[in-house]
Each structure stands twice: as C-alpha cells, then as structure tokens.
Design a protein around this ligand. Sequence first.
Ligand code: SF4
Ligand code: SF4
Ligand code: SF4
Length: 318
Amino acid sequence: MDQFAKKWEHKSDDKWDISLKSFVLPAVFLAIFWGLAILLSIQSGAMFYLFNFGYIGTSVAIGIFLIQTLPKKHKAWGRRTSQLLVGCYMLFFLGFFGRENMQIEGFFMLLLSGVFAAATMHYLIAKIAGPLIFGRAWCSYTCWTAMVLDLLPFKRPQQKRIKYLGALRYLYFILSLSLVLVIWYVLKDPVKPQSTTELCWLIGGNLLFYSAGILLAYRLQDNRAFCKYLCPIPVFQKITSRFALFKIKIDPVKCVDCGKCEQVCPMDIKLLEYKNNQQRVLSTECIWCSTCIYECPKAAASVTVGLDMGRKERLYFR
Ligand code: SF4
Ligand code: SF4
Ligand code: SF4
C-alpha cells in the first residue's frame, strides 16, 4: 500500500529545525495519550490513569519533538530522552515505589489472578496491541532494560548474529510461564499484588535482566545482544509487529547501495534485501531505533505508513 506512504522527512544535518511542522507529531501523541488518560480516569474514578498516561504521553512527545528538531547527528538523543523519562518512571515509580512486578512473571501472575492492574495494561498496550501500530517502538523509546544497555560502548555490533541463539528467548518465556504455573497450581501460593514478595520478584527479575544483558553485551561486543537472544518480551511483540502500520522504507530512487544503513543497524537486518524486493523493512527484529534513517547519506530511509505483513526475516548471521 505504498500509495499511502508518508515520509518522515530528514532535517538539516547540523542545525536545529523548529517550525510549525515539528509540533504536529508530538501534538498527535499528546492528544492520544491525554485522551486515553482522561477517558480511563473518568471511567474508573482513579486519578492514577490521568497521571500515568499523561506522564508517558508527555515524555514520548518530548522525545519526538527533539527528534523532529535536533540536528541530524544528535537526533538519537530524542529517543534516549523518552527512554530515560519513561524507563525510570516505570522501573522506580510503578515498580519499586508502587510494588508492581512489571517483569513478565508479574504479568502472568496477574493474568491468572484476574486482577487488571498497571502491569496488565502495560503489557496489553505497549507489548501486544501497540506493536500493531508502532512495531517494536517500545524497545527503543521506553524499555528500562535497554535504557541501561544503550549506555554500553557497543552500539554497532562488531559481528553479525549467532544463528539459532535467538531460540533462548522462547526457552526463557516457557520457563517463566512454567514457573508461574507451578507457583499458582502446584504450590498454591500466588504472589499477592503489591506485596513485599512481589517487590522481591521485581528486584530479582531486573537484576537478572541487567546482569545477563551487560554480560552478553561485553561478551559479544553488542549492546543489543540481550534483545536478540535472551529477552522473552519479543515473543509477544514479534506476533503483532508483523502488521505494524509504521515501518521503515528505503526509497530505491534515492538509495545508492552504499550499505551504511546495514552496517549501523543494531539488529543486523538486511535492509537492502527488503528494498530490492520492493518491500518496507518487514523484519520483526526492527526496534524502530531510526539509526538507519539518521546515518543514511542520501536521506533514502524513512518511516512510512502502510498496510503489509512480514513473513520471512532477512537478517545477517555469522
Ligand atoms: S528486547 Fe527486551 S530488553 Fe530489549 S528493548 Fe525490547 S523489551 Fe527491552
Ligand atoms: S545508507 Fe541510504 S543510500 Fe546507503 S544503502 Fe542504506 S538506504 Fe541506501
Ligand atoms: S532497520 Fe533501522 S530502525 Fe530498524 S533496527 Fe535497524 S537501524 Fe533501527
């Protein structure tokens, strides 16, 4: 559905670019999130929703505004700003202060208990339904694990992916689910929402994620190694992000096949194969970091809106 494609145009390389247009996308995000915030808080009578969705929407809108206006070489700071604002809020305020286990085990536990809490909403919106529109944008703009991993020094993978190691994420997913099922049905000792036990699960889960993520990053010289091989969250995201309305596209007319976009892609995606097949970047491994857009010397890569569905993953392996 290329005729519906809209370009997220490049801005100047070394100057701020503040115009009326740079407020449009942030305003759209503000309207969506604040609309949701007001609706949910009126329906439930809980001010939490107003604060929660208002804060997240405002943080993402600030990040998008920075992306729209910053000089090209600094645009990644827009994404990093949103990631820090939302990541810290979720981890420290909702997690540690609110004692809500936002790790995958917390979500499974809430599903079994039938309690509709922040973690349930978070998974449904950010990790299951959200990717239908924005793909895996969660992984670049808001994840509190990647918020730390992105600070490590291996932004560009030194080597390509290790084949089949990605199967570990499915193993992790099954182990997490099995653990929760055993606690629920065999031990009959469910973790009570907002209890000290839940807080311990949250701390333990995050310590595991951070230590595994940092170890893998240094071992494989790749900040996003944890995202490629071990994190169980993409098991959800990869199903719905196939249909994402927003995806990266390379304009075959502008592209000169220099290969820079593939060299800088942190997820080892063969962008040019998608271009040669006249497709948008359909890979469910795309985390929407926009590095390919910022680094393309010909402004050939952009975010487009369209209807299509990813099937074959085109990735570089060692
Ligand atoms: S793959 Fe997992 S750790 Fe990586 S950014 Fe996505 S949710 Fe976060
Ligand atoms: S960096 Fe731009 S010009 Fe070079 S191959 Fe990629 S899309 Fe084409
Ligand atoms: S294709 Fe572009 S946006 Fe997607 S992960 Fe690679 S560099 Fe990031």
